[in-house]
Design a protein around this ligand. Structure first.
Ligand code: ZN
Ligand code: ZN
Length: 822
């Protein structure tokens, strides 16, 4: 056995093992293994943001603990890693960094800048993920911006088009005027802000009467196509069918009857504009109303806005309010709190525009999504409702086209003569229709030979919502179903409505099969003050700093133990520091143990004379093994770490290691003494090994280092990470032994209390300890463990008296008293 180095140098140890594990190749998924059951993790490909934050640390620690645990359980684990490169986020950063808009430079140049930025960001994040010690199989690394990945995204588009899931149509969509692109419901954030409610007079035709309409968006008056009232509302029902003048607009609309109007909201009279909000969209469809396209794609008022044409929405609002006031049509204005939808990338207020876009038919899949969500386990269970509620609330198909540049091209062309849509054939992809022609001679419909490539691109979620199939090897490996569905889909609470949902609909539509068989949810990381972590709130912790200062193993303990899985977890520096102190304790205990084991030869078959405390800790170790295993099975990482830390610190270090010193230091043991010594050595050895194994998924580096020093030679696993996870052995559970041991450590603890109260050092010698134990059984147990108690407490002598006494200190709730003589 190699002696352990004195100092615990985590920086060196962690870097060393990260390299060695890579060299050993132990994290490679074995594609040819037919024996082991595969276990595949649907690792999220993150958006490269140029910064590894504590949220990433939390996520990757979760994935990694699962991967390491499953590997030790004997599974052939696939832990892949990709990068979700495309998207508005990167485009906006390039625009900001270079102070341009996407149209200012040639598209190729703009894309090249995006790629450059993404590569830089990936390098930073990868370094962080490596530093955390994530056991990723880097041979699987992929980037969604690579043409080889386009191929998969485009193939899925082509296949879904064949299955009639993809269509092109003119429908209202959420529109970000700043980014000038359609966005999906999932990309709209809802925020509360102060607005103004204007009460505006709408004049009834041929009358001096008017109806009052309250609206926070007067700028939409030019797009008013109807006014609606509830037919049960006695104030207004008489006006249904009459004409009413649109203020400032020299035209009239009809007052229509609509039961969904809430008479108590506002004035009970509502203007329908195309489109002020989603309700307008519903009403327009239901009542077959005309559409006035008021906004342009850049968020300005169109020609339809007459004198307001060319103004931005805010300018138009001010102008219209001024004109209404001048015309005496504005009765009053009041401040209100309102909810508005904003673009989740750039925070611009989202508008609704009717434009021609590509859509994926998702509404018909809603039932299947709900059914599959219900059929699989979620950790924690209640999180499945997030997906189900989201699915139920959806009322529009998924708009998958974007008017951006840095994304996977939509593999489609249009015939210049007849407009026929030419979708790429499966063998054409990857292909960029912005640069390449369709591989056909002429239009199949009209024979035309000129085509226009689609310039719109795909939503980035179209890339990342096929990961379960892609990770499994689709479409290239004929045996990809071996790894499909993924064993676990890990997701954050913030992306259930996007990633989990899109994965479900894409895979259900493509393969008629759900993409994953379980879901593991992580919460968000909060600042120590419980608020959202942000630099401006001064509660921000930069992950690289935390990792450099404390090491991965300490930081991972925070991630594992910071809170229940799925709940939001505050980042508390003291949690990481506690984690580090624990590692130092473990390191020192291992070093001390290795000294005690200097002359020990592991022999699993030796007949051992196990003493009370040996049996006690062996039994407790089995129970801890059972609890930790159950916790890992249910992804309850906080329970796993607490169980094993408490056992290590408060059972192994505080009591057992101390108690067996006497047996081990015995310079000239007789035969009986030798047997007792061997029992202590073997127990120490195996219990420490058990601790290392139980900790291995959480703190892989320190456990590996100790394993290599003390156990590798005998246990013969190349790495602790590929050792067999300990199986709970009920035969070693011994309730009586645990009770006996608990009594002994309670006595030891009581003596320590006595010393502490007398302000004596813990190693102060004791002349004599008298233990009064009236109960005969207790007296026997104590007498048989005299040696261990003596050794632990440095007693010159110990007397066990089978009599009742109220002298001295009572030991816990036992009918046992002690008297300590110094
Ligand atoms: Zn935006
Ligand atoms: Zn044609």
């Amino acid at each position: 056995m190699q002696p352990m180095p004195k100092e615990y140098n985590f920086t060196e140890i962690e870097r060393k093992w990260q390299q060695k594990w890579e060299e050993m190749g132990i994290y490679h998924y074995d594609w040819n293994d037919q024996k082991r059951v595969p276990y595949s993790i649907d690792t999220p490909p993150p958006y490269p943001s140029g910064e590894l934050h504590m949220g990433n640390v939390l996520n990757w620690t979760y994935f990694d603990m699962v991967a390491r645990y499953k590997r030790m359980q004997g599974f052939n684990v696939l832990f892949p890693q990709g990068w979700d490169c495309h998207g508005l986020g990167i485009e906006i950063q390039v625009e900001k960094a270079r102070d341009i808009r996407k149209r200012d430079v040639p598209p190729d140049q703009f894309r090249a800048w995006c790629i450059e930025l993404v590569e830089k960001y990936i390098a930073i994040m990868k370094e962080g993920i490596l530093k955390m010690g994530a056991s990723i199989d880097w041979t699987t690394e992929y980037k969604t911006m690579d043409p080889d990945y386009w191929r998969r995204t485009q193939l899925s588009f082509v296949l879904l088009h064949k299955k009639d899931y993809m269509y092109r149509g003119t429908h209202p969509v959420n529109w970000c005027p700043r980014d000038e692109t359609a966005i999906a419901d999932a990309e709209v954030d809802h925020i509360k802000k102060e607005g103004t409610l204007h009460y505006i007079r709408f004049q009834l035709e041929g009358s001096s009467e008017y109806l009052l309409i309250a609206t926070s968006r007067p700028e939409f008056i030019p797009a008013c196509v109807a006014v609606e009232v509830n037919p049960k509302d006695e104030r207004y029902s008489k006006y249904i069918g009459r004409k009413i003048a649109v203020p400032l607009m020299n035209r009239e609309v009809t007052i229509i009857s609509e039961e969904s109007v809430d008479p108590c909201f506002g004035t009970g009279v509502v203007q329908i504009c195309t489109y002020g909000d989603k309700e307008d969209v519903k009403t327009v469809i239901k009542h077959k109303l005309p559409v006035i396209r008021l906004l342009t794609e850049s968020g300005k008022i169109s020609e339809a806005g007459c004198k307001y044409a060319g103004l931005y929405v805010n300018q138009a609002r001010a102008a219209i309010v001024a004109d209404l006031t001048a015309a005496g049509l504005l009765e009053k204005s009041e401040k209100i709190q309102q909810e508005v939808g904003v673009c989740d990338r750039c925070k611009a207020q989202v508008e609704i525009l009717e434009v021609k876009q590509w859509f994926m038919k998702t509404m018909p899949l809603s039932e299947a999504v709900e059914k599959n969500a219900n059929e699989i386990p979620w950790y924690p269970d209640y999180m499945k409702n997030r997906l189900i509620d989201w699915t139920r609330a959806l009322d529009w198909d998924w708009v998958v086209s974007r008017q951006r540049l840095f994304a996977t091209p939509i593999p489609v062309w249009y015939c210049n003569s007849c407009g026929e849509v030419i979708v790429a054939q499966e063998s054409w992809v990857p292909i960029d229709p912005r640069m390449e022609k369709p591989r056909i001679d002429k239009c199949p419909k009209c024979g035309g030979i000129e085509f226009r490539g689609e310039t719109d691109v795909l939503d980035t979620w179209m890339d990342s919502s096929i990961t379960c199939a892609v990770h499994a090897g689709w479409p290239d490996r004929p045996d990809w179903k071996h790894l499909f569905p993924a064993s676990v889909h890990p997701s954050g609470t913030d992306i259930i409505r996007t990633w989990a949902y899109y994965l479900m609909v894409r895979h259900l539509a493509l393969f008629d099969e759900r993409p994953f068989n379980s879901v593991l949810i992580n919460g968000m990381v909060l600042g120590a003050d419980g608020r959202k972590m942000s630099k401006s709130l001064k509660n921000y912790a930069a992950a690289p700093e935390v990792l450099n200062k404390n090491g991965a193993d300490a930081t991972r303990q925070w991630a594992a133990g910071g809170g229940a899985t799925g709940s939001d977890i505050p980042y508390r520096a003291q949690d990481v520091e506690y984690g580090r102190r624990f590692l130092v304790k473990l390191w020192n205990a291992a070093g001390f143990t290795s000294n005690l084991l200097a002359d020990y030869k592991p022999d699993a078959k030796a007949d051992l004379d196990l003493q009370s405390l040996d049996k006690w800790i062996i039994s407790k170790a089995e129970n801890v093994t059972k609890k930790v295993t159950e916790a890992f099975e249910k992804c309850q990482f906080n329970i796993a770490i607490e169980e094993v830390r408490n056992f290590t610190w408060h059972v192994f270090c505080d009591y057992y290691v101390e108690a067996v010193k006497d047996r081990l230091y015995n310079p000239n043991p007789d035969l009986q003494g030798q047997a007792k010594k061997l029992a202590a050595q073997q127990t120490l050895y195996e219990i420490l090994y058990r601790i290392l194994q139980l900790l291995a998924p959480i703190t892989p580096h320190v456990t590996e280092e100790i394993y290599q020093h003390m156990f590798a030679q005998n246990k013969e696993f190349e790495s602790l990470q590929v050792s067999q996870w300990p199986k709970f052995n009920s035969a070693l559970v011994d309730e009586q032994a645990e009770k006996n041991g608990d009594l002994l450590v309670a006595i030891i603890g009581e003596v320590r209390h006595d010393k502490a109260e007398k302000k004596l050092p813990l190693n102060a010698p004791i002349k004599n300890l008298i233990v009064y134990a009236a109960n005969n059984e207790n007296a026997k147990v104590i007498s048989s463990a005299k040696g261990d108690i003596t050794g632990t407490l440095k007693l010159a002598s110990i007397q066990v008296l089978p009599e009742k006494s109220c002298e001295g200190r009572q030991v816990s709730s036992y009918d046992v008293h002690i008297k300590v003589e110094y």
